[in-house]
Write a protein that binds this ligand. Structure first.
Ligand SMILES: Nc1ncnc2c1ncn2[C@@H]1O[C@H](COP(=O)(O)OP(=O)(O)OP(=O)(O)O)[C@@H](O)[C@H]1O
Ligand SMILES: [Mg+2]
Length: 362
């Protein structure tokens, strides 16, 4: 959506509701925030103080919340305005119950969770969540910070591609399962797809379109249309399966090189959906810095003791040594706890005194 269009449309909505359009500072704030400027930069451009801009912005978000019927904040104003604008367009396009999906070049995102309350079709979007490929959730220790960060990126900042990277067993999958449990109501569509069968981009796209497509009877829309139409969360687990071994980390196998470009496209187009990649290696994504976020997952630290608590282990004073030795990796600690129980009768000191580090199935 072009900025002039944004300003005109928002001005019209405010005018229609209050009888008075946006003033020049309100327009400058909206324009600045739309273009990811901070309040300080906006204040410099408008030759006023940052405090004044912050105060005026706060009043503007209240005004827009009232006019657009949604809770508008700096972080979500773009999504709310785009959805409000699209709601009007899609209302014009909907006839005989069929949705006329715009083509790839359609400048507006076609809906999403946070639609304007003025949208009469809002409640018609049925949620579809396919988590059949996701493992069951288990108790998760010490990941509150990571969960909050992911929620911030996905729900507040609308980051289109979020990657969680970390060693095998560190808890990427477990974290994503818990995340989905906490945020699922925000998405019309959720799909969990394991990449262990190394899907080609073509087959992945076909799968996604089949799942996301609004009406299987009609000609399938493009994937980006689908992502615009329904706010979707797509989890691609074990994404490292698409990388070459023996090459630099994150180097795609030759037949999967087109994923890089695909991600670039997803990250720069306007929509409210999110691709969550879980991977042992960081995928290469060429994109503007605001469009992708990467969370590097570390071990659990001393709170990994909670994993050892339910086991038949003695000498608690040695637990931290064991945790440090296996870098707080929950999978490794579970395997090692089995080994300590079986081989050393639960005696950690005896286990640690072994000359060679036991790696078991690691
Ligand atoms: N924070 C945690 N608290 C307790 N258990 C955890 C935690 N994180 C992971 N686990 C457990 O550790 C094991 C490994 O976790 P998970 O499968 O999520 O690792 P992963 O990073 O996805 O590994 P891989 O890269 O091999 O897929 C699972 O049994 C999981 O339940
Ligand atoms: Mg995993």
């Amino acid at each position: 959506m072009d900025i002039q269009e944004v300003l005109n449309w928002t001005d019209e909505q405010v005018q229609a509701k209050t009888g008075k359009g946006l003033d020049s500072l309100q327009k400058a704030i909206l324009e600045g925030v739309w273009q990811r400027q901070g309040y300080k930069d906006i204040a410099d451009d408008c030759h006023c103080t940052t405090d004044h801009v912050r105060k005026m912005a706060s009043e503007l978000w209240k005004l827009l919340s009232d006019v657009l019927g949604e809770d508008v904040r700096k972080a979500n104003v773009k999504a709310v305005v785009e959805n409000g604008k699209f709601s009007q367009i899609s209302n014009m396009h909907i006839g005989n119950g069929d949705i006329n999906v715009c083509n790839e070049n359609c400048p507006y995102p076609k809906g999403g969770k946070k639609r304007s309350t003025a949208n009469p079709n809002k409640d018609k979007t049925e949620k579809q969540h396919d988590l059949t490929e996701a493992p069951k959730s288990h108790r998760l220790y010490n990941r509150t910070q990571e969960l909050n960060l992911l929620k911030q990126w996905i729900l507040e900042d609308n980051i289109p591609i979020v990657t969680v990277i970390g060693l095998s067993g560190i808890g990427k999958t477990a974290l994503a399962v818990e995340l989905i449990a906490q945020i699922k109501d925000n998405f019309d569509r959720i799909l969990w797809r394991n990449c262990t069968d190394t899907p080609t981009l073509k087959s992945l796209k076909t799968h996604l379109i089949q799942f996301l497509s609004p009406n299987p009877q009609t000609k399938p829309p493009s994937l980006t249309d689908c992502l615009r139409l329904h706010r979707s969360l797509i989890v691609l687990d074990d994404f490292q399966e698409l990388f070459s071994t023996g090459e630099l980390a994150g180097t795609y196998l030759p037949e999967h090189e087109n994923y890089g470009k695909f991600f670039q496209q997803i990250s720069t187009l306007s929509h409210q959906s999110c691709l969550l990649l879980l991977s042992q290696e960081q995928p290469k994504i060429t994109s503007g810095n605001n469009h992708c976020q990467i969370l590097k997952l570390d071990g659990l630290g001393k709170s990994a003791a909670a994993i050892l608590e339910g086991r038949n282990l003695t000498d608690e004073d040695k637990w931290l040594d064991l945790i440090n030795l296996y870098s707080g990796n929950p999978l490794w600690l579970n395997i090692i706890a089995d080994a300590v129980e079986d081989l050393c009768d639960g005696n950690i000191a005896q286990f640690l005194s072994c000359k060679n580090l036991y790696l078991g199935d690691l």
